[in-house]
Design a protein around this ligand. Structure first.
Ligand code: ZN
Length: 120
């Protein structure tokens, strides 16, 4: 059976009704509260992307370790979205790799033929 809801454009919803009901899953009054709660939770989650973190000067690995530690704690306390934290971790990883390449480059210039051990 077709859902009884008439939409804003005056057309009837074409979805099939829930068993024993008059409306589809989306329009069933029984599911309305669940949908509103889920929608609200989605809104809360997206707000976690808007954590205002102040810019920090990054000049050595110690600075990056502080950022990693802060981000882990923000993530654990649910104050930052995992996607946002992941971007920060990727940035930190990129810093470490670039830093290592830079050290190797400077060592190679000073002591030709010698390079630092590749830490991965
Ligand atoms: Zn419907």
């Amino acid at each position: 059976m077709q859902c009884k809801l008439i939409k804003n454009d005056k057309k009837r919803c074409k979805a099939i009704v829930l068993k024993g009901g008059e409306f589809c899953y989306y329009h069933s009054p029984k599911n309305r509260d669940d949908r509103v709660a889920a929608s609200s939770r989605g809104g809360e989650n997206s707000k976690k992307n808007n954590v205002k973190l102040t810019p920090v000067k990054i000049s050595n690995p110690e600075d990056v370790l502080k950022i990693v530690s802060e981000t882990i704690n923000l993530l654990r306390s649910g104050k930052v979205h995992p996607n946002y934290a992941n971007s920060i971790f990727i940035g930190c990883n990129t810093f470490f790799k670039s830093y290592e390449k830079s050290l190797n480059y400077r060592m190679e210039k000073k002591f030709p033929g010698i390079s630092l051990i590749d830490i991965g």
